[in-house]
Design a binder for this molecule. Sequence first.
Ligand code: FES
Length: 155
Amino acid sequence: MSTYYEDVQQIKAQYPNWRSATLPALRLAQEKHGYLSEEALRECADALGTTPAFCEAVASFYDMLQLAPTGRHMIEVCTNVSCALVGAQQVLEGFEQELGIRAGETTADGEWTLRPVECLGGCGWATIVAVDHRYRTHVKPEDVPAIVQELRSGE
Ligand code: FES
């Protein structure tokens, strides 16, 4: 089995400029560490041949890269224009109520992180909610209790 460093070298070899490997390297580091901790950023920087500050600066721009610990599961509610027009804010508030946390927080048991996110690319099926990166479409505020119940029961 290859190491993280070796995997990043393989990715770098696919591009004329090492910077093109930054996002895949960050994604791999996140998969390995759970989130982009200082250690993960340092490891990523070493493999790319750059600084942790560069890696952190890139990571801070992307919603899908986490610079803080998250729950075992992630609920992401798109609150961008198309979703906002059909009640995304109410959907987000519904999840806040059901989970007992505010947007951006993780439940005390470490199970769920709730985040508002920018456009998930499913504007025609608004509101889009991504649960562990799997999309649910046309989500309405009244759907939220059943979704949370379903997720809690592991269905
Ligand atoms: S605005 Fe929500 S998916 Fe595009």
